[in-house]
Design a protein around this ligand. Sequence first.
Ligand SMILES: Nc1ncnc2c1ncn2[C@@H]1O[C@H](COP(=O)(O)OP(=O)(O)OP(=O)(O)O)[C@@H](O)[C@H]1O
Ligand SMILES: Nc1nc2c(c(=O)[nH]1)N=C(CO)CN2
Length: 611
Amino acid sequence: MTESVFDVINIEGITARGLHGVYPLERRAGQEFKVDIKMTVDTRTAAVTDDLSYTVDYSQVAVEVAKILEGTPVNLLETLADTIARRVLSFPQVHAVEVQVHKPEAPLNVAFSDLTLSIFRDRSSLSEVTPVVAVADLTAVPVRPVTATVALGANLGDAPATLAQAIVSLDECPGVNVTAVSGLFRTAPILLPEQAPQPDYFNAVIEAETVLSPLALLDTLHELEASAGRVRKEKWEARPLDLDILTYGDLHSDDVRLVLPHPRAHERAFVLQPWLQINPQACVGARGRVEVLVQQVQDQSVELLAELWVEDALAGHFSEGVVSAVSAVPEVVEASPAVSVEPVVSVVEPVVETQFVHVPEPFTAETGVEPVASEVEPAVATGSIRQTYRLANAEETESPIFAQFAAKRAALQTEWILTKHQIDRDWEMSQALKAAEEKAAQEATAAQERRRVEGLPSLDIPVPTKLPPLQSVPVEMVEEAEVSSALDTLATELQPVKQSEPEQYSDFEKIVFGIKTTQSEAPVLRMPSWKRVVTPVEPRIVDEPTAVTVSDKPAGTSTEQVSESAEKTTSLVEPCTDTAQIPTTYQGLRRRQILRPDPTGSIPVIPRNHE
Ligand SMILES: Nc1ncnc2c1ncn2[C@@H]1O[C@H](COP(=O)(O)OP(=O)(O)OP(=O)(O)O)[C@@H](O)[C@H]1O
Ligand SMILES: Nc1nc2c(c(=O)[nH]1)N=C(CO)CN2
């Protein structure tokens, strides 16, 4: 009997739609991927203790795998399988993993039943291949919103106010929606050995959904830093605002302009602690789970100041005494592999000119919210630190800004479902078009042949323009516009009808599948006018759920008018609770025009309550 027992946990057929592949159509329409996972885990302790924490939670693994399938598109099945293996190995209890990815709808020109890639990875094989060559295109605009994580830091000026303002400003940037904000942490500055003492830092981490390319997001962050007065002179100098991208979807990049995941995130408590708060499942790429990494930096001083802080900070409630407060805690020199220094602990004389004294209890005056002392856990580096506030009547509450973020997230999810629906329709449309082309071409050839046999002169029968053959289209990350314009050209050439009327899904179905034919002509395809918006200035019509019902509709008014009245009478961001009904009914859907210049049209302009 060997020392280690490796049992196998098997998950078969994790299924999700993804946009992976090198061909534009794959990137645009997506297809189904299936994954089988075999994890070797020593389950003996779990068996004896009957405790989940000693083994791997397979439901969590399955969710993570599905997220990768649905996440940032990659070209190769190899990359997809490797990313999955790395993610699974980031669960500490998994010793090795076998990943099989199925791509049953792969674009092959011959009949086939399945296409698979199987890989095996254990921890040693991972480190052998760690120098992954970054192939990321940092200027590529994502075809779907991507979740990015951003770390915020500041130690000059009214740092909490600057951080809060940066969050609000980022949320207001086109193409970015902030979806989660960590608590506000006060942290001892991590400095280089020769650096003079600095004021304490204030740090936080946020999550945002974005349709900006990675570099466009970085530029946006740099602009925000500049508007807060940041001037770069020295490494790790004190600064009024620092915004770093920790992750951008699952993207890996070794490009010096933007290294992803952030190359030093894994060794910084001031990043890991707040990050863990907003995403307990977070991973720093192949370096593993934040939950595990945070335990290795427990010697760094971080202190949770407030969980709900954005509004207080904006109001300047944190400003007193911040600027010159210097931590009395000895600083720790960062053990960065890039800076090869002996780990030195330089003791800093505490230069506390003004104590950090003013930490207001949020909302006490205005809303009667009081911190519940018993729920305030000490700021130790052991996973999530929760600090909840309760109303006097003991109901849990959130600050209005948090409520707004939550509402936006709900609205985004609604939009996602509509987008997914649209992607599915696009796929069906492209299939229908292809079939129609082939049929038309066959009929035209047959008709010509009949006329030839009968000795009649040849007729000039119009044959629909072909879709570009898959192989001839250059392989690019951003193919959306290209495919869109090809389809638009096709639509124009095939005599589109109803160019100006906005149409609904039900009409679309009729149009797609109701191919009109006459006896002597080739099929005439109708294209739905709302499907394709190629120019950024053209509005896109989007329907979203509201509380409005048909009974609210005044007799004889148009949909537009109903939607206007809905704007006045209902909450602007109405979370959708029963999303299943969206595609099937327009009852209670509010119609909006989206003018945001994004190529996919997949992120909504969310009306903001505070505007
Ligand atoms: N993930 C990333 N996020 C932000 N900037 C990055 C990233 N990867 C590389 N950079 C590059 O690093 C440069 C320096 O960034 P910055 O001045 O914010 O560093 P810093 O905050 O002082 O140090 P650190 O990167 O260790 O936090 C930026 O101009 C940017 O191009
Ligand atoms: N505590 C703390 N220390 C730092 C920070 C920071 O945000 N917080 N940022 C640095 C460079 O980005 C260097 N050191």
